[in-house]
Design a binder for this molecule. Sequence first.
Ligand code: NFS
Length: 662
Amino acid sequence: MTDIKGCQSCNSITGDSTLDLLNQDLAKQVRTAYDRLEDRGMSACLFGSGGTCCRICNMGPCQIIDGVDAMVGVCGATADTVAARNFARIVAAGTAAHTDHAREMVRGFIATAKGETPHEIKDVAKLHKMAAIFGIETEGRDKNEIALELGERALAEFGQQEGTLTMLKRAPEKQQKIWKEMGVEPRGIDREVVEMMHRTHMGVDQEYKNIMKQAARTSLADGWGSSMLSTELTDIMFGTPVPKRAIVDLGVLREDMVNVTVHGHEPLLAESLCLAADDDEIIALAKKVGAKGVNLAGVCCTGNEILMRRGIPVAGSFIQQEMVLATGAVEAMVVDVQCIMQSVAQVVKGKHTDVITTNYRAKIPDAVHIQFEEDAAYESAKKILKHAIANFKKRGDFYIPENKKLDVVVGFSHETINYMLGGRFRQSYRPLNDNIINGRIRGVGALVGCEHYKYSDDVHFKIAVELIKNNVLVLATGCAAQALGRRGLLRPEAATEYAGDGLREVCETVGMPPVLHVGSCVDNSRLLIALTEMVNEGGLGDDISQLPAVGSAPLWMSEKAVAIGQYFVTSGAHVIFQDLPVTGAKKFSQYILEGLKEDYGACWGVEKDPIKHARAMIAAIDEKREALGINKKQERVLMDMQMRRELEGKALPGMGCGQGGH
Ligand code: NFS
C-alpha cells in the first residue's frame, strides 16, 4: 500500500476534514483513486479522449486520424462519424441510467398508491398539478386513486412507441415548435435509447448531424421525460423539498452511534432506511450493542435526495466515497446504483465495515449482498440496518474528523424559488425576472455534475465565486452542489462574503444563499422548469435560448452529465464542460461547439481553466442581455405599483424595460 497521494491538492476540493483524515495513519493505508491515477502513470489515450477510437465492430478497434485517408476505419468510417457515434452513445448511456432510476421510482410510486410500501402520497398539491398535466380527473377522487392512475400513465411513457411524451408540453411553446420542426420530439423514453444504440451500430447512421439529431431526441427523453417524471413523482411521494439547514462534512459520522452511509441514487432505498432507523426494534438493537442508535448519512446523489427532503447530513460526495470508509467509523455503506466505485469493497478490507449492495443490477466483488425488496421495503431496510448494527462491536481503530459544522441551506426546488422570491401570497418568478432586467442579478448560472480526480484544483468554488462576484445567481445540483456546500457557499452569509452588490442585495433581502442547492442530478429537470417559468413570466424573451442563463458541469465524470448537458443544449441553454471527447473530429466538434446553435439556439462550450470557464459563462449571459436590450447599467428607481403593473403588463424583449426596481 502506498500513502495517499495527491491529498495536498485534493484538500482544496474536499475540505479541511478530508485533509485532517488523510493525515491519520489509518487513512494512509487506504488506496484511493488519487493513488490509482498516479500509479497508472500514463497519460490518457489521444484517440479515446479525442473521441476517435472506434470499438463498435470487431474489424477494429480502429483509431482514426481526421484528414488522413489511410487512417479512416476499416469500414471507411471517418473521424466525424466515429466521434459522433461515441458521443451519442454516451448520451444514450446517461439517459438509460436516469431512465432505469426513474422507472424504479415510478414503480415504487404505483406500489405506494396501492398501499404496498411504508410510504405515502405526501404532496397532494403537486399530485393534482401533475394530474392536470396528464389530463387525469381529480374531482371527488381519493389521492391514492389519482396517484395510481398518474403512476400507470407515467410508466406507460417508458414503453410508449408513438406520439410524444406528455411533459414536453410543459416547455415554452417556442421550444416545442423547434423540436417539432427538427423532428426530435421523443416518442417514448425507452424507444429513443434503443434507437440511439441501433443507429450507432456498425453500418447504420453515418452522418454526424443525423446521429446528433437522435442524440438530441434521446436527451429530451431524459430531461423532459424520465428525469422529470422521477423528480415530480418522488416529490409527490416523499415531499417537495423546502429550505432547511443541514450539514455536509465527513465529521457527521458519530462515535457513539451505528454509522450507516447510503450511497447511490434511488431514494426508495434511502427513504426506507430513514423510516427503519427510527423503528423501536432497531433502536433497541443498537442500544443493546452499546450504541445510541443508527446515524444515517448520505453519499453522492442519494445523499442529496435525503438532504433536500429530510435534512439528513451528507458525509461525502463522489470524490469522498473512499474517504468516508477510510475513517473506520462506518458500520455499513449501503449502495444501490450508479457512481459507486468498485474500490469501496477493497477499502474496507481489514475493517469491520461492510459494503452492502442492495440492487440485483449492481453487485460488487467482496461486498455483501442484501436484496432490497421493494414490495417489502420496510423489512428489507430493517434487515440491512440489523446487519450494520451487528458490526458495531467489531469497530476497531477509527478516526472521525472534527465536525466542522459546514452548515448549508438546501431545498431549493423550483417551487421554493417561486415562493422565496415571490412571497407567500404572490408566488412568482416576477421578482427574479425583474431583478435580471434591472441588472441586480446579471443572470443565472447552473453548476451541476460530478467531481473529478484529474482536476485537483478547487474548480467548483472558484467558478462559483467568480460568478456570484459578478452578480450571477448560481443554481447547483449533484456533487457540484455538495462541493460548494463544503466550501460554505450554500449559506445565506456567503452572499455578504462573496457576492457582487446587486446579487448580495437580493440575497440579503430574501435571506437566501447566492448558490441555491436544487437537488440531485435527476433534479436537473427542476432547472428546466425554472427556466420555463422565467420565460413564461415575461420580459426575458420567449424561449429558453433568449434567457441570460447558462449551464456548466466543470468536472463531469459520468455519462449522465453528458446526457444532462445535451438536454439543456437541446432545450436552448448554452452549456460549458471542462472537456468533451470530440476534439479528434473537426467537423463534428465544430457542429456541437457552434453549429447546434442554429438548430436549437444553444451549443456546447469547453474550458478547463476555472476562471476562464466562469468568464465564458458570464460572456454567454451578457450576450443574451445584449440581445434583450438590458445589458446596460441601469439607474435604480423605486418602483410604485403603477410602474410594476406596467412592467408586468408590457415587458417584452428589447423594450429596454430595465428601469424597474422594487
Ligand atoms: Ni450526478 Fe449523482 Fe455525483 Fe456525478 Fe455521480 S453522484 S447523478 S453523476 S458523481 S454528480
